[in-house]
Design a protein around this ligand. Structure first.
Ligand SMILES: [Fe+2]
Length: 219
C-alpha cells in the first residue's frame, strides 16, 4: 500500500479504498467526492505513450492533441479509435516493451468493461483551455462517478472541498473560486480513482500540466 500522505491529514472529503471492487461500488454521499485505490505501476510508460502517440496521431501541423482508444460507444472527442487497433499495433511486433505495457493496461481495461463501464484509453499532448483550468465535470458523465487511472505524469490535481469558495453551487463551465490559502492536491501516478461528476459536492480538479504525452484510462 502506498502511503496516504496525498490525502491531507484530517480531511474527510476523500477516502482510500482497499480494492478496485470497493472503488467501483463506493457511493458518493455526505461530503466525500473522491475515492482512491493506490497502486504502484510495474513499468515506466513514458516511451510507450510517445510511441503510440507518434504512430497514431498523424502528421504535423495537424497532429491531433488527443487520441482515444475504446469501443466507440462513449467518447468525449471525435478522434476515437478502436481499442483493438492498439492491441494489434502493440502485440504483433517483436517489441516486448510495448506488449508488456499494453498487457498491463489491457487488464485494467477489461476489468472495467467487465464492470459495465465503457473505458477509453487516452494519449494527450495538450488539453483545451477549459479543461486545463480547475473545473467540475459535466452531467454527461457517469452518475456513478468517473474512474481515472494515470500511467504517465502525476495524476490529476484537485482541491479540497473546503478550499473552494463556491463548492456548493458550482457547475460545469463555472469559474472555480479558491480560498486565499488553498493548496492544490495531487493524485499519485498509477492510482485508480473515482470522482463525483454529478453528485454534490462536485470534485474540483484539473489535469497535471507537463510536456509529456499523458496516458490515462478513463471510464
Ligand atoms: Fe475533468
Amino acid at each position: 500500500m502506498i502511503s496516504s500522505d496525498y490525502i491531507p491529514e484530517g480531511y474527510e472529503g476523500a477516502e482510500l479504498v482497499g480494492s478496485r471492487d470497493e472503488l467501483l461500488t463506493a457511493e458518493f454521499n455526505g461530503q466525500v467526492n473522491l475515492y482512491i485505490y493506490p497502486e504502484i505501476l510495474p513499468y515506466d510508460f513514458t516511451d510507450f505513450a510517445n510511441r503510440i502517440y507518434n504512430h497514431f496521431a498523424g502528421w504535423w501541423p495537424t497532429k491531433k492533441t488527443m487520441l482515444e482508444f475504446g469501443s466507440g460507444t462513449e467518447s468525449d472527442c471525435s478522434t476515437s479509435t478502436d481499442f483493438r487497433d492498439l492491441k494489434f499495433f502493440c502485440c504483433t511486433g517483436k517489441n516486448q516493451n510495448l506488449k508488456s505495457r499494453f498487457d498491463f493496461i489491457n487488464e485494467n481495461y477489461q476489468y472495467l468493461l467487465g464492470k459495465d463501464r465503457q473505458p477509453v484509453l487516452r494519449f494527450v499532448r495538450d488539453y483545451d483551455a477549459r479543461t486545463k483550468k480547475l473545473h467540475v465535470d459535466g452531467n454527461s458523465l457517469n452518475p456513478d462517478g468517473r474512474i481515472m487511472k494515470t500511467y504517465t505524469r502525476t495524476g490529476t490535481e484537485w482541491a479540497r472541498n473546503d478550499d473552494v469558495e463556491n463548492i456548493s453551487e458550482i457547475g460545469p463551465g463555472d469559474e472555480v473560486r479558491l480560498k486565499e490559502h488553498a493548496v492544490i492536491q495531487k493524485l499519485p501516478r498509477g492510482s485508480m480513482s473515482k470522482h463525483a461528476a454529478t453528485s454534490s459536492p462536485r470534485f474540483v480538479h484539473r489535469p497535471k500540466s507537463t510536456n509529456l504525452i499523458h496516458c490515462i484510462l478513463v471510464a
